[in-house]
Design a protein around this ligand. Sequence first.
Ligand SMILES: O[C@H]1[C@H](O)[C@@H](O)[C@H](O)[C@@H](O)[C@H]1O
Ligand SMILES: [Fe+2]
Ligand SMILES: [Fe+2]
Length: 339
Amino acid sequence: MKPIPRAVTALTPYHFCAARGSADKTSGYLLSALTALSGDQRVRWVTRARDRIPPVSVIDPSQLLRPEKVYDGKPVEAFRDYSIDENDPIKERVRRTYYEMHTKMTVDFAKGKREKWLKFNTFKANMKDVLIKLNELVDESDPDTDIPNIVHAFQTAERIRLEHPDDDWFHLTGLIHDAGKIMAFYDEPQWCVVGDTFPVGCKWGPSIVYGDDSFKDNPDTYNPKYNTLYGMYKPNCGLENLMMSWGHDEYLYQVLKHNKAKLPEQAFYMIRFHSFYPWHAGGDYKHLLTEKDNEVLQHVLEFNKYDLYTKSAAIPDIDALWPYYEKLIEKYIPGELEW
Ligand SMILES: O[C@H]1[C@H](O)[C@@H](O)[C@H](O)[C@@H](O)[C@H]1O
Ligand SMILES: [Fe+2]
Ligand SMILES: [Fe+2]
């Protein structure tokens, strides 16, 4: 039997559906990948696709990105399940990570971490080596994936590449967006590296996961400087003026700026705020934001589709993909970086 080419292992009925609904390059890419399959494999793959999707004439274009709200076999409601079940080891791992984060993440703590990490004097390494290190990291806050972060990096990047073939900066953004998790290898516990972020110094947003209960032992919850709606901020001060809980988003954003990465502005927004779910998914904190932040929101939402909903996609052939991404690293963030 012919080995399945990597372009096809990453494809799913979802792409078939998207390709049928548009005559763009994606369909050409998809069709050439499909012709590389043996007859048998092709029949099986296409049948699987057909069973899942409605005929072209009834596809609502707005549904192309969420056909039947199933991503790679996983229904949309099954993502980001933060329900508590003490008998489920993964759910318990996630819950414990967030409870610890929500107990210890204070204004002072976040300031301290900024001071420590934004000196960029911890180590020097190129982007590829940092990403490879993520092979050894399983994110303890994530209920949707239990495999090393490097796989998630390639899953995200490859899906972006498929749907935005011309935006190579976007492919690279997908690949590197979680690289800030490297802090976990330099003495930081996961609770201040991974997970959703939120601003410190004001009332906790109502949509923060576990937030109804998890902040009860956080000293800032009882500090009148910080526990009001605006806390230490002015009304509509703007996203970029919020002090976010310390984590991999802000760190990587700052690393890229410090090292003069040549990525477009959208990429920086996507990286910096991709974990700010209480804002981009929960709609909290509007009173602190500006008109311009709505533009940022559109970019972050576009990114989030790929970050979240590719977590059950096929495992990409990472070795075969490296040469393509190495070129992008060379183009946008070459050489040794200061971390
Ligand atoms: O568990 C995940 C993971 O840590 C991601 O990297 C982060 O961006 C998400 O916000 C979070 O929900
Ligand atoms: Fe992330
Ligand atoms: Fe991610």
